[in-house]
Design a protein around this ligand. Structure first.
Ligand SMILES: C[S@@+](CC[C@H](N)C(=O)[O-])C[C@H]1O[C@@H](n2cnc3c(N)ncnc32)[C@H](O)[C@@H]1O
Length: 278
């Protein structure tokens, strides 16, 4: 990310969620706030969605990873978890849609200070009030101690928590990833859903597009710096004491959710969603 500037990739993901509402009727992730928080009209959103062959694949993956995380989160709430931490929240709207309000859950949105300030401003401009259960915690994963910041925001370290960490790991250094996993695993009965990219992330059909995307990310200073093999991720999670690990690859995601995406382009990405329990 550029210093003191909000994440541009957070905006791209929000556009994908909005396009999913317009083109796919929110059939993977229904999000009545997706267009509102974006503050763009349908024409702009469709231009983005139709502008690139990768967009339909990105739309599938970004909405499916949120759906997988939110389904797992609901099961955790059923089991009694009351603290939810959304790491690198971007323009995620789960806290606005919270279906568990009656259960008195608390939702901590942790994000880079510049992205979080930008989100606050967007919500204010869209006249969307911050719900009472939402606590915003500005953190730079590369510099700050996430635990210290959460505790200062009244997070209960002795109670279980469910963490989502979507679209963030590829942009962090191995050091920041390790420190964040250290913290998540220090919370008893914690769970986390996150996604990661393989070193060879693009299939043959999409390889020529990779160069273009890398150039674009370089310009906005949001390069994907950390990629992993599935065996490497499993080893890291085991070394942090995570016992139950479910690793869902792109092919599984496409067979579960692909039909819901209008005009899904051929090709696949070496991307995975992981649900791990401590
Ligand atoms: C691709 S966006 C994903 C946003 C959101 N999770 C979603 O799915 O819509 C990446 C997010 O990671 C956050 N991020 C990247 N580097 C960070 C850092 N060093 N510290 C804190 N947040 C960071 C950005 O601010 C942004 O919100």
């Amino acid at each position: 990310m550029k210093p003191n500037e909000p994440s541009r990739t957070a905006l791209m993901i929000a556009r994908q969620r909005a396009a999913h509402q317009v083109l796919d009727h929110g059939s993977i992730l229904y999000d009545p706030f997706a267009m509102k928080i974006l503050r763009e009209d349908e024409k702009e959103v469709l231009q983005f969605a139709n502008g690139h062959p990768l967009a339909s694949i990105g739309r599938l993956f970004t909405t499916a990873r949120s759906r997988i995380a939110e389904d797992a989160l609901s099961r955790a709430v059923e089991r009694g978890i009351r603290q939810i931490v959304i790491l690198g929240a971007g323009l995620d709207t789960f806290a606005l849609r919270n279906p568990h309000g009656a259960r008195q859950i608390r939702i901590y949105e942790v994000d880079h200070p510049a992205t979080q300030a930008w989100k606050r401003q967007r919500l204010a401009e869209a006249q969307i009030a911050l719900p009472a259960w939402l606590i915003l915690v500005p953190v730079d994963f590369e510099r700050d101690d996430v635990g210290e910041k959460l505790v200062a925001a009244d997070f209960q370290q002795n109670s279980p928590a469910f963490f989502t960490w979507l679209g963030v790991v590829p942009y962090l250094t191995q050091d920041a990833i390790g420190r964040t996993l250290d913290y998540i695993s220090s919370i008893q009965n914690s769970e986390v859903v996150f996604d990661y990219m393989e070193p060879e992330a693009f299939s043959e059909e999409l390889r020529q597009l990779e160069k273009e995307r890398t150039e674009q990310l370089k310009k906005i200073d949001e390069r994907s710096v950390s990629r992993f093999e599935p065996a490497g991720i499993a080893a890291i999670l085991h070394s942090h004491g995570f016992g139950a690990i479910e690793d869902i690859n792109f092919q599984e995601i496409a067979s579960r959710f692909g039909r819901a995406v209008q005009g899904l382009a051929p090709g696949h990405l070496g991307v995975h969603v992981v649900h791990a329990k401590h």
